[in-house]
Write a protein that binds this ligand. Sequence first.
Ligand SMILES: NC(=O)c1ccc[n+]([C@@H]2O[C@H](COP(=O)([O-])OP(=O)(O)OC[C@H]3O[C@@H](n4cnc5c(N)ncnc54)[C@H](OP(=O)(O)O)[C@@H]3O)[C@@H](O)[C@H]2O)c1
Length: 330
Amino acid sequence: MKVLFIGGTGLISAAATRLALAEGFDLYLLNRGSRPPGLPGSHHLVADVRRPAEVRAALQDFEFEVVVDWIAYAPDDIERDMALFRGRVGQYVFISSASAYQKPPEHYLITEITPLHNPYWEYSRNKIACEERLMRARRDEEFPVTIVRPSMTYDTNLPIAMGGWGTYTLADRLIRGRQIIVHGDGSSLWVVTHADDFARGLLGLLGNGRAVGEAFHITSDEVLTWNQIYQTIAEALGAEANIVHVPSDFIARVSPELAGSLLGDKTWSVVFDNTKIKTFVPGFQAATPFRDGIRRTLAWFAADGERRCVDDAVNTEMDRILKAYAAGAD
Ligand SMILES: NC(=O)c1ccc[n+]([C@@H]2O[C@H](COP(=O)([O-])OP(=O)(O)OC[C@H]3O[C@@H](n4cnc5c(N)ncnc54)[C@H](OP(=O)(O)O)[C@@H]3O)[C@@H](O)[C@H]2O)c1
């Protein structure tokens, strides 16, 4: 199958790239080539997707059975993609986000018919606007869209609510015995999914005609509390988690830039009903327990010192929140 990934070397897309190549897909990756692809077998198209002329030059007159856009975040991105691929693609897959589901949730168990509504987080509202535009294109012009909503997915990143997404900052704090912040009292429910599991669900949808016009989430069935997530990371590092519980509202007041992601997502208990993806992709089942997956992630960090980057600005911000909370508690 001839497939184009826009992105494809990122935190969660790299796993899908590896699996697609292992399964023999004729895979094209379009990105700026700023990370070593390390993924032999793919065709590399170098372009900045925000520069239409560059993209058109890179795509030439290729036609793809499937295009997956990993990095569309706003309706303008969708308009660009539709202009590029209208009539030239059998299936267009939009990577949305499970944070688009109703917040606060009326019911903890999320299915694909849970309404999309997020008054707290602009990122999620933009994903919703993208989905709405695409479903309108599906109705009006039979644009062959499939929507996929990852929830928190990890591989070469720590799945955390705060503390430096994509960096080693939180692990470094744990190793040094420094305090870490867990929002709320750490007892709300959350689901983290290994990117290899997500990739298997996603690939089962590619070229799957029944999936056109449909939306899916693809997650693990393992449900954890946030305390368990942080304690499992600490345990895998051989460290003791020095947890300070801080209410999300307090964090959002002190550090407004964290408000959207917390109040619009991680604060709420969510559990995903994966019946739909299992129905469309027979045999699909997330297979990586967090205890195992996080050890693989930490082994990846351990293999190369350059990967263990610590964000000083994040540390300063964590310490500022902790100080404000301690002062309030006193
Ligand atoms: N991880 C999660 O927990 C989670 C949860 C919900 C939704 N999502 C969704 O998953 C998607 C992120 O996937 P990811 O983690 O694989 O992405 P990522 O880590 O942000 O990677 C970005 C990819 O896109 C390429 N790229 C970035 N800017 C580009 C540009 N201007 N032009 C061309 N290529 C560009 C990058 O390569 P170059 O830098 O070389 O260009 C890389 O291949 C997003 O849509 C996000 O909303 C993720």
